[in-house]
Design a protein around this ligand. Structure first.
Ligand SMILES: [Ca+2]
Ligand SMILES: [Ca+2]
Ligand SMILES: [Ca+2]
Ligand SMILES: [Ca+2]
Length: 374
């Protein structure tokens, strides 16, 4: 360097390297000499991911480091007579935005149907990235799985993605395998996709009744009479055969149900008249049992009312009254009959009387026979 022989270094404001396009000038070295100079930059360590031109400009190259690196720069200026070397420049590259990466904590999960809705304890992925993370994108296959599971679309401080159950899982109707393709976008880079599988496993469930309760009202019927039928009944989610039983507490034995159909029959006559009650309510449970002995029961209530199931009965098989000629005026009392009806309630036990032939006598409601002639 004829004349002056000094090197002047000016530093540009620093910035995140990856936010700087390739060829951006990040540094300028100012070397003054009257002669034509040749400038050279050496990096330690090498290779040098920077390019220096003869105007003293240091530019970013496409080989820019992807991780934090420290370089020592040394500039050399040569005017073909003499060369001079600059002091060492410490270059620290920090704050590099690297693509986010996943670490599989689990790449597959097993969830039982009917699992509680909400957060599970299944940790699927940990995310490694030095920068602030923006969004998680999850694609579900088949698409129906998006109604079943959920991964947070933003990250907690732990950077761990935990599987959530979004709805009540039904092994019999929902997809039984779900594939989740997960990517992460940090505002600059998108991560490589990772693939997770979630398997739904079957739980043997109780039969399910179509109706929640049955109520039936009828009058006294004889043993063997069907008192209630339903074509719906119960079914087993696993599709096994359902069998029925009925229990009515202390009234058990009055009713029976067919093994494979909701057909309830009076097994023993319940006689209100004999029991001395005008109506009676049986509160029962109808139970459906599947092939694995899982059960479900609903209430079955039978209200029995009085039927007119008793004929009136005269106290005597025949009545004889004697009338002496001239003793009786028209309408006078000839005699009284007595009858009963065993039904417990009105009008089933109400009696009306008639007499025949009607030419000579008539009978009033109080069971008294009257003469029509003297
Ligand atoms: Ca099931
Ligand atoms: Ca079952
Ligand atoms: Ca009667
Ligand atoms: Ca009766």
């Amino acid at each position: 360097m004829t004349g002056s022989g000094f090197l002047l270094i000016s530093v540009q404001p620093n910035a995140l390297p990856t936010s700087i396009p390739v060829d951006t000038v990040i540094y300028v070295v100012d070397v003054r000499d009257d002669e034509q100079l040749t400038l050279r930059l050496t990096c330690d360590p090498s290779p040098c991911p920077f390019a220096l031109n003869n105007d003293g400009e240091v530019r970013v190259t496409s080989d820019f480091p992807k991780a934090q690196t420290d370089f020592l720069w040394t500039f050399t200026a040569d005017d073909s007579f003499v060369s001079v070397t600059s002091p060492t420049v410490n270059v620290a590259i920090t704050g590099i935005n690297t693509p986010p990466t996943f670490v599989y904590l689990n790449n597959s999960a097993v969830v039982a149907e009917k699992s509680p809705i909400g957060l599970t304890d299944i940790k699927l992925l940990a995310i490694i990235d030095s920068n602030e993370l923006n969004s998680v994108t999850v694609t579900f296959t088949p698409a129906l799985c998006a109604n079943m599971f959920f991964l947070p679309d933003s990250l907690t401080s732990s950077n761990v993605l935990v599987l959530n159950v979004l709805s009540e899982l039904d092994y019999e109707t929902d997809p039984t395998y779900c594939t989740l393709h997960v990517t992460l976008f940090d505002g600059l880079f998108t991560s490589d996709p990772c693939v997770l599988t979630v398997e739904i496993i079957d739980v043997d469930e109780n039969p399910v009744w179509t109706d929640s309760a049955y109520v039936q009202t009828l009058t006294e019927v004889t043993s063997g009479t069907t008192v209630f039928t339903s074509r719906y009944g119960a079914s087993d989610p696993e599709g096994t055969n359902v069998s029925y039983s009925i229990s009515c507490g202390t009234d058990s034995g009055f009713l029976s149900v067919e093994k494979h159909a909701v057909v309830v029959t009076m097994a023993t006559t319940f006689d209100l008249d004999a029991a001395g009650v005008e109506h009676y309510k049986m509160v029962c449970n109808l139970t459906a049992t599947d092939a694995e002995s899982n059960m479900a029961a609903i209430p079955f209530t039978l209200r029995i009312e009085d039927a007119n199931d008793n004929y009136p009965v005269f106290k005597k098989g025949s009545y004889t009254f004697e009338i002496y000629q001239g003793n009786k005026s028209i309408g006078s009392e000839v005699g009284k009959v007595t009858a009963t009806d065993a039904d417990i309630s009105s009008p089933n036990n109400e009696l009306t009387f008639s007499v025949s032939p009607t030419t000579d006598f008539y009978i009033t409601g109080d069971a008294i026979i009257h003469s029509k002639s003297e």
